[in-house]
Design a protein. Sequence first.
Length: 117
Amino acid sequence: QVQLVESGGGLVQPGGSLRLSCAASGRTFGDYRVAWFRQAPEKEREYVGWITWNGVTYYTDAMKGRVTISRDNARNTVLLQMSSLKPEDTAVYYCAAALPGSDWNYWGQGTQVTVSS
């Protein structure tokens, strides 16, 4: 079992940067792949990207080139570094975890990111 807690959200101006953190409990966190999702008001939840247990990353086209996902298994933490933020990036950002071959069964509570001047 893994429990996830996101932090780092807030208000940022267009063009700004923000780093979100996903802190996990559980001694086997290193076995899990971790994804970042986001959900804007009245829109479907969508992937931002994910990172495998050994650090391979994948990013969706919407944010490719503007985000970096990294992980520190010793600290049970996954980071989402975002830059060149746009108003359309405004959403609640969630991290989720899954063992290889499994669904995203573990979710955090989300953190709000608002991009506005």
